[in-house]
Design a binder for this molecule. Structure first.
Ligand SMILES: *Cc1c(COP(=O)(O)O)cnc(C)c1O
Length: 468
């Protein structure tokens, strides 16, 4: 057969659509997807035939059976969820690339229950008139943080833009060179200030800024004093920056508001957690509010809830932000409002807090607990001992999410060595498993950090290891 004959033997689209396996596929998948898969597979065959030398043409399998199988595989691949769950075995709790803080099933379920029907999102049940979507959260946030007033937007980056646009538009703000930070991808304080139409006055040096630097920079066109928490890096050694208390005294003296972008936004004092290797010094929102007039933080970092930017502080400033036009552009969806409500409610009941906020449960886990979890994993992996060596090692987990960069969590981790394949091969195979399992390699050893595993993950990892 020459190439033209082979092209002609390829089945036609309508023939394929009549194939019994493809017909039954259309019961579960949209026709659009199946048609796309058919075109894809036939194109692939045409390319293959074109690029194959005449001598090798007979090696191409153009049986209908083979073509149909490829179409089924491709259809499933095209229709597979793009955003899907995976197993985090990295030990990085607030993993920026793996969904930041995760939510408990209980909180998600409650939020779904409250929003999958019509609801009172913007309806005042007492008066029967229009209500505000922000009322559902404000009192609760104030109760939990001790703030006078609160406002919530899409994320903390937009919270910073809103605060600066409202309080500092067309004016200047002195910022310490040590706080001109970039956080995550593309959130840079100097750029954010440009977007917010305010002028940045750089003061001090990267490692040292004195209160007098602030005092000297303040003029009649200064809008506020800004402090940015250097949440994702730490300058060590010969360093100095004025305390929040000093800044607040200066702000009062100059009659300017003090705004603290605290970033992670811890509600509880994390220094109580014995899981951290060293004493940690992360300000809580309540502490920050003692001195700052306005404080903003993320919903999905240390708070452990959904993506949001929470702004708390003096009522006079918060009310101005609520009225700003940007608030409409940055507004939250009902499902997020409901999740935030459930998360803040969890903080009212300390007994159930760790159950409802996985981020806090994982951060508080002691080394002994991680060791116990690794031993449980070894029990699950018992049958795999002829293929792998298992070993407990001392290591560190990380908070992640640009929170507490220098604070390590003491952990026992499980090192797994295959008797046949390399650690890189295990890493890759597990990543390609369904569900994907993400882990790390340290000193050539494949490491499972149990701190971030959820119920049932051990059994799935076992199945993935079995087939390597
Ligand atoms: C994380 C962070 C932000 C950005 O918050 P998002 O919720 O990611 O938008 C801003 N400022 C600081 C100090 C942060 O740590």
């Amino acid at each position: 057969m020459n190439k033209n004959d082979i092209y002609r033997t390829l089945p036609k689209v309508d023939e394929l659509l009549k194939d019994e396996f493809i017909a039954s596929l259309s019961e579960s998948l949209p026709n659009k997807i199946i048609n796309e898969a058919i075109s894809f597979v036939l194109d692939e065959y045409r390319d293959l035939i074109k690029n194959t030398s005449d001598d090798n043409l007979n090696k191409i399998d153009i049986s209908v059976h083979n073509i149909v199988n490829k179409i089924i595989t491709k259809s499933n691949e095209l229709y597979d969820d793009k955003l899907k769950p995976l197993i985090n075995a990295t030990g990085v709790v607030i993993h920026t690339n793996l969904g930041r803080s995760i939510l408990s099933q209980e909180i998600i379920n409650k939020a779904v229950e409250n929003t999958c029907r019509y609801n009172n999102l913007e309806f005042d049940l007492e008066t029967g008139k229009r209500g505000s979507r922000y009322n559902h959260l404000e009192d609760l946030i104030c109760k939990v943080t001790g703030a006078e007033a609160a406002h919530v937007v899409n994320n903390n980056a937009s919270a910073v833009i809103l605060v600066l646009s409202e309080l500092a538009k067309g004016k200047n703000i002195p910022v310490s060179r040590g706080e001109l930070v970039e956080i995550g991808g593309s959130f840079r304080i100097p750029e954010i200030m440009k977007i917010s139409n305010c002028e940045l006055k750089e003061i001090g040096c990267t490692n040292k800024t004195h209160l007098s630097d602030y005092r000297d920079a303040i003029d009649e066109n200064t809008a506020l004093i800004l402090k940015v928490h250097s949440s994702n890096y730490k300058i060590l050694g010969f360093t100095e920056s004025p305390s929040l208390e000093d800044l607040s005294m200066l702000a009062k003296e100059k009659e300017l508001p003090l705004y603290y972008d605290i970033g992670s936004g811890s509600i509880i004092d994390l220094s109580k957690f014995s899981s951290f290797e060293e004493h940690i010094d992360e300000p809580t929102v309540r502490e920050a509010l003692k001195y700052a007039d306005v404080v903003s933080f993320s919903g999905d970092k240390l708070l452990g809830s959904a993506q949001a930017g929470i702004i708390v502080g003096k009522r006079e400033y918060i009310e101005r932000m609520k009225k700003n036009q940007l608030t409409r552009a940055l507004r939250l969806d009902k499902i997020i409002i409901s999740i935030l409500e459930q998360s803040f409610k969890a903080y009212l009941d300390e007994k159930k807090l760790f159950e409802k906020i996985p981020t806090l449960r994982m951060l508080s886990m002691t080394k002994e607990e991680t060791e116990k979890r690794c031993l449980d994993l070894m029990d699950i992996f018992e049958d795999l001992k002829d293929k792998y060596n298992f070993e407990l090692l001392d290591d560190y987990s990380e908070v992640g999410g640009g929170s507490l960069p220098a604070s390590k969590l003491n952990s026992s981790v499980l090192a797994i060595e295959s008797k046949k394949v390399s650690s890189e091969k295990i890493l890759k195979s597990l990543r390609e498993y369904n569900p994907p399992i993400i882990a790390r390699i340290k000193n050539d050893k494949f490491i499972i950090d149990s701190r971030t595993l959820l119920d049932g993950d051990g059994e799935i990892i076992k199945k993935a290891l079995e087939i390597i």
